[in-house]
Design a protein around this ligand. Structure first.
Ligand code: PXP
Length: 240
């Protein structure tokens, strides 16, 4: 199975916002990422709209020809925006307002009542749902009960531990991915994936459907250019 590369363009929006004008233009960037080989575009509007803004969503949905994925905490405002825009996928994250970045997965047991309604609402509007999650069996079983289509593994700890002991770093993700296969959950992954750790991750999770990558990819593009960089990430995903 081939895993799709979805490019998270939040960091590009951060650069745009730093000068108050529409440069770089997100629509051009999204179109170029796709032309260079991205199979999806991901955005993560946060409550302070410090990078992607809510008014970016509809024009991006119009422009993206691959898969449009909107991530975020399911506040009422977020859900209304997502439902209006109808992305292909919505990835729910448990970030508190003001979080620097996502750094934990959902408690699918403790938050069951809240999540079950949110997921139903999105699915009733034809939007595929993915839940950001840590690789633990009981949380995955909880996610399955909520009727989510997919989960997205929070890969921060994998990336953090990779350089010390990659076998140890991958072990919980590999077995959690097998569990997803068994219970019928699609597997996405994201956070801190980069050119060094991506191939090993994909190699050990044969059922990986999609990765979303932002920070490292944009940093690499400063050196290699966006086109080369996207192709380098694709090479890591596709090589055996
Ligand atoms: N997945 C989620 C839920 C995220 O919040 C982020 C960061 O916005 C990513 C994936 C991508 O992480 P990174 O920018 O480290 O590639």
């Amino acid at each position: 199975m081939e895993a799709k590369l979805s490019v998270n363009i939040n960091k590009i929006a951060l650069i745009r916002n730093s000068r108050g004008a529409n440069y770089p233009n997100l629509l051009t960037i999204a179109r170029d990422c796709e032309a260079f080989g991205a199979e999806g575009i991901t955005v993560h509007p946060r409550p302070d709209q410090r990078h992607i803004r809510y008014d970016d969503l509809a024009p991006l949905k119009e422009r993206v020809t691959t898969e449009f994925n909107i991530e975020g905490y399911p506040s009422r405002q977020f859900l209304d925006q997502v439902i209006a825009v109808q992305p292909h996928q919505c990835t729910l994250v448990p970030d508190l307002p003001g979080a620097l970045t996502s750094d934990n997965g959902w408690d699918t047991i403790g938050q069951k009542e809240f999540l079950v309604d949110v997921i139903k609402e999105l699915k009733d509007h034809g939007i595929r749902v993915s839940l950001f999650i840590n690789p633990e069996e009981h949380l995955l079983d909880g996610a399955k009960e909520l009727n989510t289509d997919r989960i997205e593994f929070y890969t921060g700890p994998y990336a953090h531990n990779f350089s010390q002991d990659r076998e140890k770093a991958i072990a919980p993700f590999a077995s959690a991915a097998q569990h997803c296969n068994k219970i019928g959950l699609g597997v996405n992954a994201g956070h801190d994936l980069n050119l060094k750790n991506l191939h090993f991750f994909k190699q050990n999770l044969p059922n990986l459907l999609e990765v979303s990558i932002g920070h490292a990819l944009v940093c690499d593009a400063l050196y290699y250019g966006l086109k080369n960089t996207i192709q380098m990430y694709q090479n890591e995903l596709k090589k055996v």
